[in-house]
Design a binder for this molecule. Structure first.
Ligand code: IPE
Ligand code: IPE
Ligand code: MG
Length: 245
């Protein structure tokens, strides 16, 4: 444990990512490799969500965005989707007191109105209950799709133009961002993807423009504090140029 702390202390505080986004992938393959049903992988994955949230708090990361369910994930067998929704509901119900104890503030991005009513209810309650917390912002991407986020933003923007709230000429990148689900949040500095796939899978298409990408072959249920720290050390070695020299 002491050695662990040493590792954290070796991080350069001045170069910490403010916002980390994670594509938590590989639950199914993890389970399959162990001869277990896919849902066993999802259950094991939830434990790692807790671990990564804890580690983020410990390190002092400000925003953690987790891709938990994509709009495309509805294509999966009904039973698997049901289990994922139930796990989500359980996670929120169980973690709400912990979030309050640790100052974690919950937010969610995605087409939330299309989630099952039970999930929506506990989500709203948890968001309300943690609203004034000042610690880590835990941002869950649920029924999220990057393209639908952009379409939703365009629709809302057009409505505002029609209402006369905005002028077409004043629309720039800054105003456009205010219409995204992530309004008010800085873009992710670091994107982590587990289980070795080199793709974005419709995640934060607009916001990832200049994010540093870190991929590990390790499946999500085997990801944890140590690998998270490794990703952060690698991130601190990167030179971010944003198109400059
Ligand atoms: C990530 O693991 C969890 C969700 C997408 C909900 P997967 O379920 O995608 O696992 P693999 O990619 O099939 O191994
Ligand atoms: C991305 O993983 C979505 C989440 C982690 C929630 P997927 O497993 O759905 O992505 P693909 O199908 O490999 O692109
Ligand atoms: Mg997957």
């Amino acid at each position: 444990m002491a050695k662990d702390q040493e590792l954290v202390d070796r991080l350069d505080r001045a170069k910490l990512p403010q916002h980390v986004a994670i594509i938590m992938d590989g639950n199914g393959r993890w389970a399959k490799a162990k001869g277990l049903p896919r849902v066993a992988g999802h259950r094991a994955g939830v434990k790692k969500v807790r671990e990564v949230v804890r580690t983020s708090q410990e390190i002092g990361i400000k925003i953690l965005t987790l891709y938990a369910f994509s709009r495309e994930n509805w294509k999966r067998p009904r039973r698997e989707v049901d289990v994922l929704m139930r796990l989500l509901q359980e996670f929120l119900r169980r973690e709400c007191p912990n979030m309050n104890k640790n100052g974690v503030k919950l937010r969610a991005i995605g087409r939330l109105k299309e989630l099952p009513a039970g999930v929506q209810r506990v989500l709203e309650n948890t968001i309300k209950s943690t609203m004034d917390n000042k610690g880590l912002l835990l941002n869950l991407a649920l029924n999220y799709g990057g393209r639908s986020e952009i379409v939703d933003a365009v629709r809302d923007l057009i409505k505002d133009v029609q209402k006369g709230v905005r002028k077409v000429e004043e629309v720039d990148e800054e105003t456009f961002q205010e219409y995204l689900y992530t309004a008010g949040l800085p873009d992710p500095d670091l994107l982590i993807r587990t289980s070795g796939e080199y793709r974005i899978s419709n995640f934060l298409l607009y916001q990832l423009s200049y994010s540093e990408i870190w991929v590990t072959p390790v499946y999500w249920p085997d990801f944890g504090r140590e690998l998270f720290l490794e990703a952060l050390f690698d991130y601190q070695k990167r030179e971010r140029r944003f198109g400059g020299v």
